[in-house]
Design a protein around this ligand. Structure first.
Ligand code: GDP
Ligand code: MG
Length: 172
């Protein structure tokens, strides 16, 4: 069966662990140790084909910036997560993408851009749909607004990165 190494990247607090745990266990976990960095495995079906996902939920803290190079080297597909309640995290996602392209030495890397916390609407929102969508278009990658509280959307997010990896199936 085909295996897909997916790395979840983004600054602290955007919901990387909440998305991963929702995908793995089908539950929204409110508090998750922000320093925990862990691998998970899960089998899913995408477009009628089974896929084994090996997911690395990174901690995203700056003191591990050089570790991130290593994760990127070993990963095949990347979900870049920002929170739509944080403009700072949106700006950070650009730096993370630069790092991925630098480490991979290619423009053709499977990436999905996830704007998380879509359940928080109103004044808390700092990044519009248009801004997220425009950035993803610039990168030529899929854009998804996610909520770690919504299992259907989270499943779509992981299916989307598998599809991108099938499309851009370079042998890194
Ligand atoms: P990480 O540092 O990127 O792994 O972020 P966490 O998964 O630990 O989440 C940080 C905080 O944001 C926690 O308090 C979560 O409960 C909360 N959170 C994560 N995802 C969502 C979401 O989609 N909606 C809402 N409302 N809160 C979220
Ligand atoms: Mg985390």
């Amino acid at each position: 069966m085909k295996e897909y190494k997916v790395v979840i990247l983004g600054p602290g607090g955007v919901g990387k662990s909440a998305l991963t745990v929702q995908f793995i266990s089908g539950k929204f976990v409110e508090r998750y140790d922000p320093t925990v960095e862990d691998f998970y495995r899960k089998e899913i079906e995408v477009d009628g084909y089974p896929a084994i996902l090996e997911i690395l939920d990174t901690a995203g803290t700056e003191q591990f910036a050089s570790m991130r190079d290593l994760y990127i080297k070993n990963g095949q597909g990347f979900i870049i997560v920002y929170s739509l309640t944080s403009k700072q995290s949106f700006n950070d996602s650009k730096l993370i993408r630069d790092q991925i392209l630098r480490v991979k030495g290619s423009e053709n890397v499977p990436i999905v851009l996830a704007a998380n916390k879509s359940d928080l609407t109103g004044p808390q929102r700092e990044v519009s749909t248009e801004e997220g969508f425009n950035l993803a278009n610039e990168w030529c990658v899929p854009y998804i607004e996610t909520s770690a509280k919504n299992s259907t959307i989270v499943n779509c997010l992981f299916a989307e990165i598998v599809k991108e990896m099938n499309l851009k199936s370079n042998n890194y």
